[in-house]
Design a protein around this ligand. Structure first.
Ligand code: HEC
Ligand code: HEC
Ligand code: HEC
Ligand code: HEC
Ligand code: HEC
Ligand code: HEC
Length: 502
């Protein structure tokens, strides 16, 4: 054997023999074991537990990586120290595959490397999927996301993962979401998040990339029949209903006549608007998009029609112009907080609250609209108030259960989230909604033509109203609305009286 060949550096202290590297190694081995254990638990568990998921796919990998970095830093420092003492560089490494020992080492190293890559691939795949799951988005930060999770579970999109609407596909939005997600983790950890979580969400991905991946905008919907059931707030809780034919229509001429409500969909044309409110003598941007003084439509030939409120004389260049999309009407497709009125009406119509109990409509709504600090207190208070109002009345028990259920599903005092914190733009009853533009006050330049407004049969045909048999006598041509409250003005703003509560 050539005496110059460095064989084994048996006499040399191992570079791993320092506190930093040893600590790192312990962390790495520990995290590997716990990952394995957690992974088995996660696979065997019924349903998914957000905390096991977080531990397996976020915390354990974090420790694994930190441990590896620690080990490496220790090795580098140790190397420097040795280098300074002995004045030499890195030990020379010669791999000679004709030697059995080197071959074994090589095989060992390759197997190890392949195994490691495989495991980290599986690990990252699971981590990716986990951070995209409803469990992670909705359940992991329990209190913060509870309102959105609960309302989502009761909505039409309960089977659509959060990320389909909030992130969509593609690397750019994935990275954006992870960056804002990291900030949100920080905000939750240090209790720096706003309550309620504000909407409209800034930089929400445009509907073209999310909603329209499932809902084809060219689809022709036509007319949809809807019955709205109410009970008046009087002693006998008089039932009252309105049957309408919603003119949803369509926006694409190859699939049906263009017209109706979905005329607004951006097939070939667009509707643009400015959201601004009048405050202290001037128009300032309205982040909530509830006040809209200026609108224009641009059709496929480029013909522009502009409408504005008389008081809005400002130059449009000073404001952000937004193009209308699905979310300007369907802004609560997944998280609808029912109003106390609507929820109690529904429960009475379904019979879970007995409508023979005198004044039950008003009393139930009143119990729901008090201010409570947390859910436990609210549920107790609801039970106490209603029991006191209806002494010796066995039918109040199921009614209390129903009211408590309404509360749990629609009110989230810890997050200050309920119907009153989130405008719903789809109609015009409790929020300005369509009447933000269709209020008869938005005029074209000639001052005469306005956006279709006060005609109650323009967006829907009023087929019937009242109760019992009256609801079966249909008026296909539409009828005049007889308001159960006071007589209405020419351009009524329903939401000023109908707040959803009392
Ligand atoms: C069908 C699409 C869709 C799905 C699925 C969905 N969201 Fe949303 N989400 C929205 C829209 C639209 C808004 C309101 C956006 C706006 O007004 O700017 C919203 C708003 C929110 C908000 C802001 C607060 C609020 O209530 O407006 C949070 C937080 C949120 N979603 C979390 C979630 C979580 C968690 C899930 C899954 C459990 C989820 N979302 C599933 C469409 C969706
Ligand atoms: C991953 C597919 C998917 C995405 C993304 C999606 N939806 Fe849906 N949406 C559905 C399905 C499926 C239904 C039908 C649910 C049913 O009838 O059971 C539905 C139903 C609806 C309905 C009818 C609701 C009702 O009360 O019957 C509306 C309105 C709607 N979606 C709007 C939206 C909007 C707005 C967005 C974007 C924020 C969106 N959807 C994103 C799949 C999706
Ligand atoms: C001008 C407001 C407006 C816009 C913009 C709008 N919609 Fe609608 N859409 C409505 C109304 C109103 C209804 C009837 C809903 C009702 O009465 O419950 C409806 C109904 C629907 C339905 C239910 C149809 C059914 O068969 O049950 C779906 C799905 C839907 N819209 C999807 C979309 C999508 C996707 C977009 C964006 C490409 C969009 N809408 C844009 C107002 C709008
Ligand atoms: C941002 C302003 C804006 C909002 C919000 C809005 N619209 Fe419109 N809408 C318009 C404008 C502008 C027109 C076109 C008026 C014209 O050309 O005379 C229009 C036209 C219509 C038409 C007539 C389409 C046709 O066949 O000519 C219907 C129906 C309609 N809107 C329904 C609705 C409903 C329902 C809502 C609420 C869910 C709504 N709009 C919300 C601005 C708006
Ligand atoms: C710009 C279009 C438009 C005009 C004009 C309009 N409506 Fe509506 N209306 C709607 C839409 C959209 C809904 C459906 C809301 C929903 O799906 O929850 C609705 C719902 C309703 C409801 C049920 C409300 C609820 O949520 O309980 C009543 C009642 C009603 N309209 C009456 C009227 C009357 C009365 C007029 C005339 C003063 C009128 N509407 C004019 C679009 C319109
Ligand atoms: C000046 C206030 C005011 C305005 C504006 C107003 N309402 Fe009402 N509305 C009332 C009152 C008061 C009642 C009776 C409430 C009761 O007894 O429950 C009522 C009852 C109703 C009911 C019966 C169901 C219920 O919730 O009690 C409907 C439906 C209704 N209004 C629709 C509308 C529509 C649609 C508009 C706008 C076009 C409108 N209202 C505008 C005050 C108003």
């Amino acid at each position: 054997m050539n005496p110059e060949t460095p064989v084994v550096h048996s006499g040399r202290p191992s570079l791993l023999r320092n506190w930093l590297s040893l600590t790192g190694l312990v962390v790495v081995i520990g995290s590997l074991f716990s990952t394995l254990l957690l992974f088995i638990m996660d696979t065997m568990a019924h349903g998914s537990n957000p905390y096991i998921g977080i531990l397996t796919y976020c915390v354990a990998p974090f420790f694994f990586i930190s441990g590896s970095i620690l080990t490496l830093i220790g090795v580098i420092r140790e190397k420097r120290k040795l280098g300074q003492v002995a004045g030499e560089g890195w030990p020379k490494m010669v791999v000679d595959l004709s030697r059995t020992r080197d071959r074994r080492m090589m095989a060992f190293f390759l197997t190890g490397a392949v195994l490691f890559l495989l495991l980290s691939a599986v690990g990252s795949y699971h981590t990716y999927h986990f951070t995209e799951s409803v469990t992670f988005c909705g359940e992991a930060c329990h209190t913060v996301m509870e309102p959105e999770l609960v309302t989502y579970q009761h909505g039409p999109h309960a089977r659509v993962p959060c990320t389909e609407c909030h992130i969509g596909s593609g690397a750019k939005w994935f990275v954006k979401a992870k960056i804002s997600g990291s900030y949100q983790l920080y905000a939750v950890a240090f209790d720096k998040y706003p309550r309620p979580v504000p909407t409209p969400i800034k930089n929400l991905r445009p509907a073209q990339d999310t909603c329209e991946q499932c809902h084809w905008p060219a689809k022709f919907v036509g007319n949809l029949e809807r019955t709205f059931n109410y009970h008046l707030a009087n002693e006998t809780n008089t039932p009252f209903a309105v049957r309408v034919l919603m003119h949803v229509g369509g926006g694409d001429p190859t699939h049906g006549p263009v017209g109706g409500i979905h005329w607004h969909m951006n097939v070939g044309k667009k509707t643009e608007y400015i959201a601004a409110k009048f405050e202290q003598g001037s128009w300032v941007p309205d982040a909530t998009r509830q006040s809209i003084p200026w609108v224009r439509t641009v059709d496929d030939q480029g013909v522009i029609k502009e409408f504005r409120k008389k008081s809005f004389t400002n130059d449009v260049a000073g404001f952000e112009i937004r193009t209308m999309d699905c979310m300007d009407c369907h802004n609560r497709p997944a998280h609808r907080y029912k109003t106390p009125n609507e929820a109690v009406d529904l429960a009475m119509t379904l019979g879970s609250i007995d409508s023979d109990l005198h004044w039950i409509k008003s009393n139930a709504v009143a119990a729901l609209t008090q201010t409570y600090t947390n859910e436990t207190q609210a549920l107790q208070a609801i039970a106490t108030t209603l029991t006191q109002k209806y002494p010796n009345e066995p039918r109040i028990r199921p009614a209390i259960n129903a009211v408590q259920k309404i509360y749990s599903e629609n009110f989230f005092p810890e997050m200050k989230a309920d119907w009153s914190s989130y405008p719903d733009n789809i109609g015009h009853m409790e929020w300005p909604g369509c009447f933000r533009c269709h209020d008869g006050l938005h005029k074209a330049d000639d001052g005469k033509q306005s956006i279709k407004a006060s005609d109650c049969n323009a967006c829907h045909t009023l087929l019937a109203q009242g109760s019992g048999d009256e609801l079966n006598k249909l008026n296909p041509g539409g009828m005049t609305f007889t308001h159960p409250g006071d007589e209405l003005d020419e351009n009524p703003t329903c939401h000023e009286c109908h707040t959803g509560g009392l």
